[in-house]
Write a protein that binds this ligand. Sequence first.
Ligand code: NDP
Length: 480
Amino acid sequence: MTDPRCQPAASHFVDGRPLEDTAGTAFESRYPATGEVIARLHAATAAVIDSALGSARSAQAEWAGLPPAQRGRVLRRAADIMRTRNRALSELETLDTGKPISETLVADAASGADCLEYFGGLAATLTGEHIPLGRDWAYTRREPLGVCLGIGAWNYPIQIASWKAAPALACGNAMIFKPSEVTPLSALSLAGILIEAGAPPGLFNVVQGMGETGAALAAHPDIAKVSLTGSVPTGRKVAGAAAGGLRHVTMELGGKSPILVFDDADLESAVEAALWGNFYSTGQICSNGTRVFVQRGIRQAFLDRLAQRTARLRIGDPLDEATEIGPLVSAAHREKVARHVRLAGDEGATRVTPPLALPDGDAWISPVVFAGVTDTMTLAREEVFGPVMAVLDFATEDEAVARANATEFGLAAGVFTRDLARAHRVVARLQAGTCWINAYNLTPVEMPFGGMKQSGFGRENGRAAIEHYSQLKSVYVGMG
Ligand code: NDP
């Protein structure tokens, strides 16, 4: 049995309609809260991939020839449709990911709609420049790249698909999107919505599959650009495959981001930021502030308040709007997170929050705060991607900055202080692509998002994303 709310008409969405090929490897999607199978699908065969590429190529040529304002209108209509279906899309996302409906109602399809609306509005504003050269002159044209490939992680499936599709399509590209096999469903909904909004068939195709499907597409000569959201090891492989064809690449990868809390910080707001910057989406967020550096003067007060707040977290049925914490995405992922919890204890970190009562099921884990974490412990070095917070303490600003930067990652960082001169000074020294001052993990579409160092390159959102989905052509005009 599958869930009628979830089982799609077919595994893939190609050339404007659902497409099935049962010769592909069968796989299933489960509701993480109970482990029940909610949908059965098949990975793409070579025939599905060929037809996705063929239809994307012809749709792209047609789409790029439209007036940009017309392209923008399609994206804005898609945003409107998404908003009217927010409840159903949120339920689907909750069933596929296990994330509480209190989150998916506001952070998933809603964020996707914001992105479609934003880039829909930008589409008609994308222009080149006029360059006077005396008698002669030159101009630039901003042109699309061609057929782009999006590969998504499982934590924000429809948000990731929209964050990649919206700027790609606004610039006149087509996109083939491969969701994570763990959360294959909501990208299919986005594909249907784009067709309803007036996109030509083939402009946004969804093909399902495991890593091999993504790898085959990333190395395909017809793909002009690859945008991956995933882990650093996958990023190395995908960037390597794309490098073979010198394809454009955007990499949104993992992190081990620091939050720096100075003695003069507003305690309540710093505690809330650490709490939700570690436990939102049950800790499965790339930019989470998983190394919380607290200055010694407020360390104890911070830990006491954090422990009180953690004890009050509401864990339970993800479809209940009062629930704050759901399960992890799968039992297999739970095993990885549980290993990190055991290891942290073995390496000498102190657990300052008792385990909370959990519902039955294999994917549940209690949020946990460890204090006394040192820079060399595994918990301070490796991405856990679960609700496991590491609190470290520091004495001086210089020390905090040096230790915050002592990581291979560079995705995000936060600074909490009432001294705004210090806040800006510290942020300027932090090696992270996205920083917050007295706030954390807010990612409005207007603000570019992305990483430094091993956390990746390229940017999503904001006008900056346009640079990564278009190319400039320079035209010299001789007037003689
Ligand atoms: P993975 O790296 O395991 O997978 C990401 C995607 O890549 C999946 O669709 C996966 O397919 C696919 N894939 C795997 N191997 C290959 C390959 N060789 N070639 C092409 N595609 C491949 O990440 P997770 O799904 O486990 O997501 C968690 C990770 O994503 C974390 O590290 C997290 O930090 C990062 N992330 C980064 C974000 C950012 O914006 N910086 C945001 C969200 C998450 P399949 O799953 O089917 O194997």
